[in-house]
Write a protein that binds this ligand. Structure first.
Ligand code: SAH
Length: 476
């Protein structure tokens, strides 16, 4: 059977694709159907047909899956943010667990037995909504020329108005209303991506979950905001508003933030504390690290799950106070500073200089004098110290932690890690495919997988984070 455009097909969904879409098969012909849920029987219209597969549009759910739920967000289908809100949370977790497992089998080439022996249950959220501490809302106009803010519809640049995103904090709504009301009152235009004209591009909002402090940054296509005192007055009425700034971005680009940020009211940064939690119960302890965060800082967006992820990484590192640790791809030093009070020395490496500046400030703020940070590529900095340093703590650390971006670790980096022969390697990953590829290299280089634990940092999206412990086999 081969399909062509506009054909209707009836199919039962048997799998979930990489982007959360439903996958169904008819006589070996595969249909990819966005918003169809595993277990549904649907009718779908073929949009783009190839020889063995087609992309189809969900027309009607004929028989709903037992795993289908009503997405609580009214714009879940149009919005590009959530891909699987209509899948029950339990099934979402199962899907993510399976994704990690299957990548270890298929890409890593590990056996069923090996994988079964090391995989631990996925760590989900008790309440998988309102978890994001950061949101970036584009501002624009609808067809009638009315000011709107919201999110981009999936894979496009047209804004759908969203008053209250259910992944974000409740305060977002009040803040957006204040910004739009200022814009209307002072006749401040929104930026138009096509013409490059207009002023307000994005509203960036951050909240410290522990401190409850709020930060608002308007990204503008101008040097100054007209009558900014009207805006600051409105925002100051909102409880816990600590920092209001503008970021200047006059480039015609998709990149949200420009180089220059100017505080127009209150402080340059907000604070937040991430708490160590007990790795077996996830109950909060009284130990924590406080970070100051500026509009441009990279900071994990789901603090509740980040605490669990870092506490697991810390327990996998097995620190007693005597160890030296490298933290590669360290960002603003979040993991390094989690480890610092439990280690002899921690060395962080990160490619973005501003992030390293934040890391150093945060180390000082928390009173840690045993953490050092280096700007550069992990695959360059690590070999440099391995080859040239006389310090055993640096050349032969006890533990190496890595938390690379989606493309995974560079091979030079992995090989240097193997030469350094740490007792334990803790791998924090945001992409199970590159994780599986890199674990194969570590295991072939003399390590054994001890623990693999997926953590759900991004409920209702297809992303999954994983933390892994690999241990050195034998004595050197
Ligand atoms: N561990 C941090 C950040 C993880 S995100 C945290 O949990 O907050 C991955 C980081 O790797 C980013 O900060 C990115 O800037 C950095 N990065 C990307 N490529 C790199 C490279 N080749 N060497 C070092 N750091 C890199």
């Amino acid at each position: 059977m081969e399909y062509k455009k506009n054909d209707l097909a009836e199919v039962t969904i048997t799998d979930i694709g990489n982007d959360g879409e439903g996958i169904g098969k008819i006589d070996g012909y595969t249909l990819f159907i966005k918003d169809a849920v595993i277990g549904d029987t649907v009718s779908a219209k073929i949009m783009k047909a190839k020889k063995n597969y087609a992309y189809a549009h969900l027309e009607k759910v004929l028989k709903p899956s037992p795993f289908r739920v009503d997405a609580p967000c009214p714009v879940a289908r149009q919005c590009g943010g959530c891909q699987i809100q209509n899948l029950s949370y339990e099934k979402q977790l199962e899907y993510k667990y399976d994704k990690v497992k299957n990548d270890l089998l298929r890409i890593g080439g590990f056996s069923q037995e090996e994988v079964a022996a090391v995989m631990e249950p996925i760590v989900g959220m008790d309440e998988p909504f309102r978890y994001r501490n950061k949101a970036q809302f584009p501002v624009g106009c609808d067809r009638e020329g009315k000011l709107i803010s919201g999110f981009y519809a999936g894979r496009t640049h047209s804004i759908i108005p969203v008053e209250d995103c259910l992944l974000g904090v409740k305060e977002n709504k009040e803040i957006l209303e204040a910004v739009l009301s200022y814009m209307r009152e002072c006749k401040v235009s929104s930026y138009d991506e096509v013409t490059g004209k207009g002023i307000v591009r994005h509203v960036l909002i951050r909240k410290g979950f522990t401190s409850e402090e709020l930060m608002v940054c308007l990204v503008i296509n101008a040097d100054k905001l007209p009558r900014q005192e009207v805006l600051t007055e409105k925002l100051q009425n909102i409880k816990n508003m600590v920092s209001v700034s503008v970021n200047i971005n006059k480039e015609k680009t998709n990149v949200i933030l420009g180089k220059k940020t100017e505080t127009i009211c209150g402080s340059d940064t907000i604070e937040d504390t991430l708490w160590e939690v007990d790795p077996s119960t996830f109950n909060k302890t009284d130990k924590g690290v406080t970070y100051s965060i500026s509009p441009k800082s990279f900071y994990q967006v789901n603090p509740v799950q980040t605490q669990k992820l870092y506490s697991l990484a810390l327990s996998y590192a097995g620190l007693t106070g005597k160890e030296s640790v490298w933290d590669l791809y360290c960002g603003i030093g979040t993991i390094s500073l989690f480890m610092a009070p439990h280690a002899k020395k921690v060395y962080g490496v990160e490619i973005v200089p501003e992030a390293i500046a934040d890391a150093k400030k945060n180390a000082k703020k928390n009173g840690f004098d045993n953490a050092e940070f280096f700007v550069g590529k992990a695959e360059e900095v690590l070999p440099k110290f391995y080859e040239n340093s006389a310090d055993e703590d640096m050349t032969h650390p006890d533990v190496i932690v890595v938390d690379p971006p989606r493309k995974g670790c560079d091979e030079v980096c992995l090989n240097t890690m193997l030469q350094m022969k740490p007792e334990r390697i803790v791998y924090v990953s945001c992409d199970p495919a590159t994780l599986a590829r890199d674990l194969r290299i570590l295991v072939d280089g003399g390590y054994t997988l001890s623990k693999v634990r997926p953590v759900d940092q991004f409920p209702h999206t297809v992303h999954v984070e994983t933390v892994v412990l690999a241990e050195k086999i034998g004595q050197n």
